[in-house]
Design a protein around this ligand. Structure first.
Ligand code: DGY
Length: 423
């Protein structure tokens, strides 16, 4: 049966492959998404190594001169998605959005490199690694220079879409500062493909659009947006992911003999190891996002809170507190890891990032737990993910209560994680 599912996962990636990039799902998301592509490469790597590297290379073809890597690359027009390139108005070729997404790519490239070496293909892939390394480093410098004003080694998001966790409740209070009075009329496309109960609300969409209009009015000047945006939230997810990505990039610098760059990257790691405690919330004893403009911690325990293990942070007291949350949540729901603590009154089992389980987040949580020596917890997260997929299909996300698929079906990153976690 697992062999059938392996073949089904490969078939989904082939179906969603548009040549040099993969769409997350042809109807709902018909373009190249940044962190989707990175995870997708992990899946391709299990059966087509060249295609895996191409996925990352095509994403970085859309990198801007300042190092920024967009969250969507609109390689071709498609009326099935809103907001399309005309709304973003970045004026780039290829057409792109003006915001970024969680920087998982360096960690994926390290995996691709390790896999190529294990297969004796080091010489063939080294030139491709050399080229990608410089681009990854430019992106990480962009985060350091534009999204970390307090030099804490964290990532400040200027749009909920940047976090990848679009409608997480962590953005509710900070979102109140966004003026939506001039957004105007628009037609959403997501709710014509999917049940509106699974998607963000109208108020959330108004805020998303207002922030797009804000960036556009500033000519997508990232330095100004970073300083002036009405939404500036230190995202615990992106911050943990970048810390991890910098550790992986430092390892790649060593592999390539890039000493000076290795020193620079390790400075970014050290900065985060000193500063990221700013995201620890002692009241709820968890890692939480924090509003940079008001200084307030969200106080929400989300799946992103558990990425501290993936980030390689070691602190016995805090790790113990996070494992206690994991144990409690694991008793409350059959499937880990819900995107919001099920004890929270705002928990909704099928609404996007307010409850459902996401395979890619589980992959990072499970990887981090295993590397930190918490084998039983890691096995639970991995086993739950595999059961959800095996029983329900390759959905975008899943209810942690009954496993119902939520969002798009035949979803690329879910197929990729199935393959990446193949025994
Ligand atoms: C969407 O359109 O729902 C995406 O998540 C934005 O990146």
């Amino acid at each position: 049966m697992n062999a059938d599912l392996d073949r089904a996962a490969e078939a989904i990636l082939r179906k969603n492959d548009r040549g040099r990039y993969t769409v997350p799902n042809g109807r709902v998301y018909p373009f190249q998404w940044n962190w989707d592509s990175a995870f997708v490469a992990l899946g391709f790597d299990r059966f087509d190594r060249d295609r895996a590297w191409t996925e990352i290379e095509s994403l970085f073809q859309a990198q801007w001169e300042d190092g920024f890597v967009p969250h969507i690359v609109f390689w071709q027009e498609d009326p099935g998605y809103f907001p399309g390139p005309a709304v973003w108005g970045t004026g780039r070729a290829p057409m792109t959005s003006g915001i970024t997404q969680p920087p998982v790519a360096a960690s994926v490239v390290r995996r691709l490199w390790d896999s190529a070496r294990a297969a004796g293909e080091e010489a063939r892939f080294r030139p491709r690694l050399e080229a990608l390394f410089d681009r990854l480093l430019a992106w990480h410098r962009w985060f350091r220079d534009h999204r970390d004003p307090g030099a804490r080694g964290i990532v400040v998001a200027v749009h909920p879409w940047e976090t990848g966790r679009d409608n997480a409740p962590e953005w509710d209070a900070p979102g109140e500062a966004i003026d939506v009075s001039n957004v105007g009329d628009y037609v959403r496309r997501d709710t014509s493909h999917l049940d509106a109960k699974m998607r963000p609300t109208k108020l959330e969409y108004d805020r998303y659009l207002a922030l797009v209009q804000f960036g556009r009015a500033l000519g997508w000047d990232h330095a100004r947006i970073g300083r002036e945006s009405p939404f500036q939230v230190a995202d615990v997810g992106m911050s943990m992911i970048l810390l991890r990505a910098n550790r992986d990039l430092a390892a790649l610098a060593d592999a390539l003999g890039r000493e000076a760059e290795g020193v620079e990257i390790r400075q970014m790691v050290a900065r985060a190891e000193r500063g990221i405690s700013w995201l620890w919330n002692e009241d709820v004893k968890a890692w939480c996002s924090r509003d940079l403009l008001t200084g307030r911690s969200s106080g929400f325990v989300t799946s992103a809170s558990f990425l501290s293990f993936y980030a390689g942070l070691v602190d016995p007291a805090r790790d113990g507190a996070m494992l206690a949350h994991l144990d409690r949540i694991g008793k409350a729901v059959p499937y880990l890891m819900p995107s919001l603590d099920p004890a929270d009154p705002g928990f909704q089992m099928i609404r996007y990032w307010r409850g459902p389980v996401w395979a890619v987040v589980n992959y990072m949580i499970g990887t981090g737990l295993a590397e930190s020596g918490y084998a039983a917890a890691a096995d639970r997260v991995r086993g739950d993910t595999r059961s959800l997929i095996a029983r329900n299909g390759f959905y975008e996300a899943f209810s942690p209560i009954d496993g119902t698929g939520s969002g798009g079906d035949d979803f690329s990153w879910t197929a990729a994680i199935w393959l990446a976690w193949r025994p």
